[in-house]
Design a protein around this ligand. Structure first.
Ligand code: SF4
Length: 451
């Protein structure tokens, strides 16, 4: 064939009809007109000119204060006994430096702060000077206006005076780890406060006003019986706080309870069956009150919401400061170094004190959504998933949804998925089943659901 002659005459060198494709929705003749430089194509991009466009949505901030006056026997968090004032002073200065480096590098001053959570450890051990220094740094490197601002406080480590500083600094939510209102159970866990101190602390916070109050309880502590648990729960309900959160006590390998209750059998921990019965009793008791389930383990009085938890479960960015803290920026999960000296040394060199990171794929984000939102928030709308990921997961994993519905874990009204009482008892299990259904449909990976 004389190629030049053919082209000049406007004829194709190949028979395009013969090689046209018909695969699924694609029914096209081949063409060389396309030249792809990106995806999605530029016509879908938004016309924004400032750097804020690179970080849509606000951020949430977590600050870890790892100092405690006691080491509780069940505790698996990064914490240490408070040693000296100067040690804490140095840590606060390190936090300030970390905020400076991270905020400047990521342009955080330009991003809206949606919520702040100062946790620990025991943040309420800070002195006035340390607290004020922390607040100055927080405001110097972030733009903070009218946010939900939570401060964790342990009964016995704060007074009216301290509450005054918190209030003046904009704290509007106090979260108290009470764990039990039974003095013996509290003592068995090596905690220093008493039930009466916890009750007085709630009163003190209410008297000052201006704070929402959350009280944490732990189900499955050493020495617990159904009677002590129900009594403790009733006292907690009588406090009429805004939110009651009930965590299952887990025996992590780095805890005293693991050593004494699992390895050496020196103490008797409630069995899984007993713990399940405690949580069932809690659901029954709470269902007769004004508290409504807000998540599979938190109960809200008068419609009160916990923005920080909801925002971070829903995938908003979480900027985490402090030793061992973990956050998420964009599609990257990260955790800071968990050794205090190495953490401080990296920060002093203006380096991010990262210990480990994980870049979330699109599939990871979907799995995370099902695990942390769909099965934790007591009801989850189908539309929310479609808005985020562009397809309807109800239709994508109908067998999984049907199985969970038939076995009584969820109700599915086609617009939203709602946890039943049984689903509440096994919230994270429901999440795992939903996420597994999605993973197997999309091609499983090697990432399982165990720690
Ligand atoms: S449970 Fe709280 S107070 Fe107890 S050791 Fe852990 S962080 Fe400290």
């Amino acid at each position: 064939m004389d190629l030049n002659t053919k082209l000049f005459e406007g004829e194709s060198v190949v028979d395009l009809d013969h090689i046209s494709l018909s695969i699924g929705d694609l029914k096209e003749k081949p063409t060389r007109e396309e030249f792809y430089t990106n995806y999605p194509f530029f016509k879908h991009w938004k016309n924004e000119s400032n750097s804020y466009a690179l970080h849509p949505g606000g951020i949430n901030i977590y600050i870890h204060i790892p100092f405690c006056i006691q080491i509780c026997d069940y505790c698996f968090y990064m914490k240490e006994l408070i040693k000296s004032k100067s040690h804490v002073d140095n840590y606060i200065e390190t936090l300030r430096l970390e905020m400076k480096s991270v905020s400047e590098a990521l342009g955080l001053k330009k991003r809206i702060v949606n919520s702040i959570y100062i946790g620990g450890g025991t943040p309420s051990v800070l002195t006035e000077e340390q607290f004020n220094k922390l607040m100055e740094a927080l405001h110097e490197f972030h733009e903070i206006k009218n946010v939900e601002f939570t401060f964790e406080a342990e009964p016995g480590t704060f007074n009216k005076n301290k509450l005054g500083w918190y209030k003046d600094a904009g704290v509007n939510r106090i979260s108290m780890g009470v764990q039990s209102f039974d003095d013996n159970i509290i003592k068995y866990s090596s905690r220093k406060h008493s039930a009466m101190q916890a009750i007085k602390s709630v009163e003190m916070i209410k008297d000052l006003g201006g704070f929402s109050i959350n009280v944490d309880l732990l189900s499955g502590l050493a020495g617990e019986s159904m009677q002590t648990w129900v009594d403790s729960l009733q006292i907690a309900l009588n406090q009429n706080v805004d939110m009651l959160t009930i965590y299952k006590m887990k025996t992590y390998a780095n805890t005293v309870f693991f050593k004494k209750g699992v390895r050496t059998n020196e103490i008797q921990l409630p069995s899984d069956t007993e713990e399940l019965a405690y949580m069932g009793a809690a659901l029954d008791l709470i269902s007769g009150t004004d508290y409504k389930p807000w998540s599979s383990f938190a109960f809200s009085n008068n419609g009160y919401m916990h923005r920080y938890a909801e925002n971070t479960w829903r995938g908003q960015d979480l900027v985490a400061y402090g030793v061992s803290s973990f956050g998420k920026i964009g599609n990257i999960n990260y955790q800071n170094l968990n050794n205090m000296d190495t953490y401080a040394e990296r920060v002093s060199k203006s380096l991010f004190p990262l210990y480990r990171t994980y870049t979330l794929s699109h599939k990871d984000l979907m799995v995370k959504e099902l695990l942390l939102c769909a099965a934790r928030l007591t009801s989850y709308s189908k539309q929310e998933f479609i808005n985020k990921f562009g397809f309807d997961y109800f239709n994508f994993i109908p067998e999984t949804i049907e199985e969970l519905t038939l076995k009584g874990y969820i109700t599915d009204n086609r617009d939203e998925l709602t946890l039943t009482r049984q689903g509440m008892l096994f919230g994270d299990f429901v999440g795992k089943v939903l996420a597994s259904g999605l993973k197997s449909k999309m091609g499983d990976d090697n990432i399982g659901f165990s720690y």
